[in-house]
Every structure is written in C-alpha cells, then in structure tokens.
Design a binder for this molecule. Structure first.
Ligand code: PLP
Length: 471
C-alpha cells in the first residue's frame, strides 16, 4: 500500500467503521470466544511474499472482529468506559497521517501550542484554578508514576536522581486501599518500595481515607525516622468510586509539607458539570491532578490530562537534555518531553480540539448528566427487585450490587454465576470487584452512544439472567 492506495483503503476503513458502529447493538458486548480460538486461525509463520491488502482486510473482518470485546458498544457497562467519539477518531486519522513526534517545541510547534491551549481549556472546563498548568500524558498510570517520582525527589531535595536511593532516609507514601493499582506500581518503580506505601484506613459511605488516621500515621512515621514524601488521593476509585476528603487531606499535606497527587482518572470528566465538583472540593490545593479524557469524555485512547500547580518539581525530576535534543534560539518554548517519562510523544491534543469543538462543553455535560441519571434510575429499579441488594449507592454513574436472596447458601458464588450468565448472554457487559470480602457486581453508565433504552435492556438482561439461575 502506498499513500495513493491509502485514499481507497482509507475510504473502505471509514465505510467499515460506520457500519461496525451501526450494527454494534446486534453484537455481544464481550467477545464470546474460547482461549486459543483466534490463535488457531493465525498462520504459524510470517509470509515470505507480499499479500494483497484486500486479503488482509478480509481476514481482519473474518478472524479478528469476532474475537473483539466491543468497548464502544452502547451497552458496555464494565470497568470504566474508553469512549472514542467519532470526531476524535477522525482527528486520530489525521494525526496518524502526519505521524509526528511531538517531544520538543520545534519538532511540531502546533502540537505543543495546541496542547498548551487544550490543557487550559480542560482546566477551565473542570473548574480548576488558573494556577494549574498541564501536560497530556499517555495514561493515568504514567501521570501517577511521574507524580510519585516528583514527590520522591522533592522530599529528597532532588538528591535521589543523582545519588540513588541507598543512603537516603526511607521514604513513605500514603494512600487508602481504594486507590488504583497504578499507585502501587508507581511506588515500586520509583524505588520507594511497596512496604513504604502506607495504607490509611477508610471511613464513611464514600470510603475516603480517615484524615485523623492519616495525620497520626505521618507523625508516627516521622518519629520512627521515616521520611514522609507524599499522599495519593482517590476521587472516584476504580472499585466502587471511593473518594477521599480532599479538603482535609490537602490541609494535612500542606501542614506537613507533603506532595499531594490526586487520581481522578475516571471521575475527573464529570467535573465539567459544576454540580459534581463538590466531590473533589479542595482539589485546588493539590500539587498534581490526573484525569483521563480517554475514559468518559470521549477522547480516543490515549489521552490523560495531568495538571500541576507548579510544574517545577516535575520538570526538575524528569527533564534531561543531551546535546542532540538541545534546540538553538528558541528560548521560552515549552518542550513537553521534559514533563513526561518517554521522550517520544504522540500528537494527542488534536482529538481534544476536535472533540470539544464538535460537541461543545454543553453537549459533553448533557452526556454525563444523562449517564448519572440513568445509573441512579437503574440502581433504584434493581433495589426493588427481590434478591437484589445495592451495596454502594451511585457515585456519579457507578454503583455496586449483589444478588443475595435470603435463602441463598452462598451469595458470593450466586453473584458470580449471575455475572457469568450476564456476560454469556451478551446483551450487556459487567465486571465485578470484592468489597469488604464480599463479591459485588459493578455497573457504570458511560458509553458515548448509550440511550435510556440501553439501560432498560440492562435491567431486563440482569433480571432475565437472575431468573435463569432458577432461584
Ligand atoms: C483507569 C484508572 C487508572 C488507570 O488509567 P490508565 O490511563 O489506563 O493508566 C488509574 N486510576 C483510576 C482511578 C482509574 O480508574
């Protein structure tokens, strides 16, 4: 294929994409294949001779598509959404065509300057104060790793990068058990060590960390010779939407001189609606905040918005310029590779520009408000069904429930059987988590194209599958 052929095949791809999305509701959400089924259809050895694109494309449709779980399905209620609005997918085609590396200002001035402007649009849209500046990272995991590295270096007076960690005071990072596993990974990769991630107990309906316990644990660690470095707070945790009381946690961080990173990977998108901002009240005092426009907002993966109240600690920690990357005569230009772990950077700002302009903030707010309302309605409906128990009330559009009729000998096993029945049925897709030892199913409404009827189908699918268990 050369670029002249691309005009033909690009049009074919666009036609296929439109039809694929048009028929998604007829497809099972979760792939219905057995392990090894796709592998068995793939030739064991690579081809020696060139094959026609038409044959490759046919095999894609025949072999690959049936083995996909359809993340853009309107009835994808599992995990969190990974929405790709059509207009953001369109922008990605343009980005792919140029395939620029956007690491330095001069390697693509438009990409850098659009990124600066888009991050400020998102800052305004989510109500963050003007003091915050931002960078687009590939994922929340990377943003959190960057933040934990910055917290480590700030605590060590920037000696860790230079001298290494042996001989330094033993660092401590504080988080509840409800934070995402990317926090554990960041603490490991930063050389702080899993044992120095201190778990602060949670309290209340929102399962937020107990500020008094946090304060006490920091004091005890100091007295024992540890060096408390920072706190990672959750807003809308992955399991059941656990949210830390940021106002109080931030006051402790300030008081003790600790770096505060807020992980709002999923929930941050909802902050474009002013009525949801109470959930992260106090966020303005954080040092670092991440949320993923690639989850709920509709910017195709990958696109993670990372805000910093003062980028200095991050840039001092991550920036490194060998001679071949030094640019001459461009003082004051921002080189975003100084703000992130990889050197190479995709042009991620374009899809945000297209998305925000094509839908408007009002359109995106409407989507989020619909999802939150539909989720609450479904929770209320399920609560009235015999045997169903709402375990956590909706946080934004996420709630957890279980199927535990009074006479069920093993509600955990029954709830898991219900999950399997639902996902085999294919009309909807749900995932589970464990909460205080009990098995619960999660429901989140967040698919870009879902409608009220899809929630109705969800209710019917859950009810039908429960009835099918013969209880
Ligand atoms: C999804 C999620 C992450 C991880 O996001 P990636 O962008 O896939 O790294 C981290 N934290 C929370 C709360 C999440 O929901």
């Amino acid at each position: 294929m050369d670029w002249k052929d691309f005009a033909h095949w690009g049009a074919e791809a666009a036609r296929w994409a439109a039809e694929y999305h048009d028929t998604l509701r007829e497809r099972p959400v979760r792939a219905q294949v057995a392990p090894g089924e796709i592998l068995a259809q793939l030739p064991q050895a690579p081809p020696e001779d060139a094959e026609p694109v038409a044959a490759i494309f046919d095999d894609f449709k025949r072999v690959i598509v049936p083995g996909m779980t359809h993340w853009q399905h309107p009835r994808f209620f599992a995990y969190f959404p990974a929405n790709a609005a059509p207009v953001s997918a369109f922008a990605e085609v343009l980005v792919n065509a140029m395939a620029a590396q956007c690491m330095l200002w001069q390697t693509s001035p438009a990409a850098t300057e659009l990124e600066t402007r888009m991050m400020d649009w998102l800052r305004q849209a989510t109500g963050l104060p003007q003091a915050f500046t931002g960078v687009i990272q590939d994922s929340a995991s990377t943003a959190t790793l960057a933040a934990v590295l910055a917290m480590r270096e700030r605590a060590l007076g920037f000696a860790g990068n230079k001298d290494g960690l042996p001989g330094q005071a033993r660092l401590r990072v504080y988080a509840s058990a409800e934070v995402h596993s990317s926090v554990d990974r960041a603490v490991r990769y930063a050389g702080i060590g899993q044992d120095n991630l201190v778990r602060v107990p949670v309290a209340g309906d929102l399962r937020g960390m107990d500020p008094e316990a946090l304060r006490r644990m920091i004091a005890e660690d100091r007295a024992a010779g540890f060096l408390p470095a920072g706190i990672v707070a959750a807003v809308g945790g992955t399991g059941v939407g656990a949210t830390d009381p940021l106002e109080q946690v931030a006051a402790i961080a300030r008081d003790k001189g600790l770096f505060l990173h807020v992980d709002a990977a999923w929930a941050g998108a909802a902050m474009i609606c002013p009525e949801h901002r109470a959930l992260w009240a106090g966020v303005e005092h954080a040092d670092s905040v991440v949320f993923n426009p690639h989850k709920w907002l509709g910017a195709q993966f990958d696109c993670s918005a990372h805000f910093l109240r003062d980028p200095d600690a991050l840039v001092r920690t991550l920036a490194m310029k060998p001679e071949y990357l030094r640019t001459v005569g461009q003082k004051g230009a921002r080189d975003y590779s100084d703000w992130s772990i990889p050197l190479g950077r995709r042009f991620r700002a374009l899809k945000l520009w297209f998305l925000i302009r094509a839908h408007g903030l009002a359109g995106l707010r409407q989507m989020i408000r619909d999802h939150v309302r539909w989720s609450r309605e479904l929770a209320a409906r399920l609560a009235r069904q015999p045997g169903f128990e709402i375990v956590t009330e909706p946080v934004l559009s996420l709630f957890a429930f279980r199927y535990a009729p009074e006479d069920a000998p093993d509600p955990d096993a029954l709830t898991l059987s219900l999950l399997e029945a639902i996902n085999d049925d294919g009309r909807i897709y749900l995932t589970h988590t464990r909460l205080d030892g009990a098995m619960v199913l999660r429901f989140q409404a967040g698919a870009f194209t879902m409608t009220a009827e899809d929630v109705d189908v969800a209710f019917q699918a859950i009810r039908d599958c429960a009835a099918g268990l013969g209880r």
